[in-house]
Design a protein around this ligand. Sequence first.
Ligand code: HEC
Length: 157
Amino acid sequence: MISRSAAILVGSVALAAGLAAASVAIAETAHRTPRTNFILRCVGCHGMDGAGSEKGGIPDFRNYVGAFSRDDAGRTYVMHVPGVVNANLTNAEIADVMNYVMKTFGGTSLPDDYHPFERGEVDQLRAVPVKDIVGLRRDLAASLAKQGIATAGYPWP
Ligand code: HEC
């Protein structure tokens, strides 16, 4: 009898430990989905629909944001916007959340041959020193406009 109840006890402890491990794994996986990171780290400013707020100086992603995926300058820029710099995400998570933003909201601005961000590229781009983010954004918008590519309204001086 004693050994039987000991066996039951051991079994239920193992079961509880297993359940705890499983729920931790589920919680961690859920936090790592790009959509969850977007909701947790970006929606407060950019909105669930990516519309931002012109008054608040938050650019509209919809049919615009994909323009910045086209070349190194644009790809460097999006890695240095304040919301990304301060996101407290790993570079792999940043790559995923940026791909989520580009694919969800890029619409007509997303190139057909869209090249997804990967961790290694994010490592490199984040190491590039960018001092004047507003100036960089303005130069980019001007050079994209010359190629006939529009970017969102941007009120920052
Ligand atoms: C505290 C508000 C805030 C949060 C949170 C935030 N952003 Fe932003 N985001 C801004 C502002 C303001 C700009 C434009 C400012 C600039 O270029 O310096 C911007 C610009 C951008 C741009 C470039 C759009 C353009 O047209 O120039 C991208 C891409 C972007 N954010 C992605 C993200 C992602 C991804 C997250 C979440 C990880 C995030 N942002 C979180 C405020 C925020």
